[in-house]
Design a protein around this ligand. Structure first.
Ligand SMILES: C[S@@+](CC[C@H](N)C(=O)[O-])C[C@H]1O[C@@H](n2cnc3c(N)ncnc32)[C@H](O)[C@@H]1O
Length: 271
């Protein structure tokens, strides 16, 4: 495996421990009273009852289990062994049927058979992937004819800004993809717990909107919709403000920019 992917795997093992204990992920609250997926996601994906669903980069499986509770037969995959252990523990504790597989996304065709009605992935996934063309081909590989792919993710425009500048939008990262990743040394804490001890370096790739769209189109998928939103579910920039629905937005004085996008694509009935 690539040295950068190995480095990120160590980082995500560390993050899995931090996140599982964190107030942000509130595992105890989820176990006692699991909240559903957001209306935005539910309306974008549609009814999943009786459908098979593959969740890529599932972390410790909260959303995977939410899909199971919505009626899908679910498989979640993630390269963090810690995250997958927590996911399996959560499924067992909550008595929710789910399959979880520990694998690098790029190795998935070698370790998983079959095809799915829905392939789903969300929030904070693309930057860890060096190659979106291969990602698109893997999604197409696992979709049944007529099956749908849905992604909701941080908008590439938002990703160019310095996420540590407390005052203003300052361009720090390139908009376009470069083969060599951004190297981000541990600065103390992570997005779920600013006080946690983080020791591992982060390797992060930028992807333009064209890269994302072309990866799916080149894999033969048909884009059904593409949407942009001026909000995001976590405090991705220090000076975002939270609205009454819990979304983070630029303060009203700023020109509004897209912070999230959602896209739905389908596998043609006949390939
Ligand atoms: C921000 S989290 C996704 C969170 C997710 N939206 C959720 O439901 O909690 C990103 C996930 O991608 C996983 N990941 C990163 N690179 C990967 C790779 N090459 N193969 C598989 N999983 C990967 C990490 O382990 C992590 O769990």
């Amino acid at each position: 495996m690539d040295q950068y992917i190995q480095g990120n795997q160590r980082l995500w093992d560390e993050y899995a421990d931090i996140n599982f204990q964190s107030g942000l992920y509130d595992v105890a609250g989820f176990k006692s009273s699991p909240d559903p997926l957001s209306p935005l996601i539910l309306s974008g994906v549609g009814d999943v009852s009786g459908k098979s669903l593959l969740h890529l980069q599932c972390h410790f499986g909260k959303d995977t289990l939410r899909w199971a509770l919505a009626g899908a037969t679910v498989t979640g995959i993630d390269f963090s062994a810690k995250a997958i252990q927590y996911a399996q523990q959560l499924a067992t504790d909550m008595q929710i049927p789910a399959t979880f597989i520990q694998t690098n996304l790029y190795d998935l065709p070698q370790v998983l058979e079959g095809a799915f009605d829905v392939v789903f992935t969300s929030y904070g996934v693309l930057g860890w992937l060096p190659d979106l063309q291969q990602w698109g081909a893997i999604i197409a590989h696992f979709l049944k004819p007529g099956g749908i792919f849905y992604i909701i993710e941080a908008h590439p425009t938002m990703r160019i800004f310095d996420d540590n500048d407390p005052q203003e939008l300052r361009v720090k990262y390139p908009y376009f993809h470069e083969d060599t990743p951004e190297v981000i040394e541990p600065q103390g804490g992570n997005y779920a717990d600013p006080h946690a001890v983080v020791t591992q370096t982060e390797y992060f790739w930028q992807h333009s909107l064209a890269d994302i769209l072309n990866a799916l189109l080149d894999a033969g998928l048909q884009v059904e919709f593409f949407q942009e939103y001026p909000h995001i579910i976590w405090q991705a920039l220090p000076f975002l403000v939270q609205d009454e629905q819990g979304y983070w937005r630029l303060p009203p004085a700023y020109p509004q920019l897209p912070l999230t996008f959602a896209l739905r694509a389908s596998q043609p009935e006949v390939r």
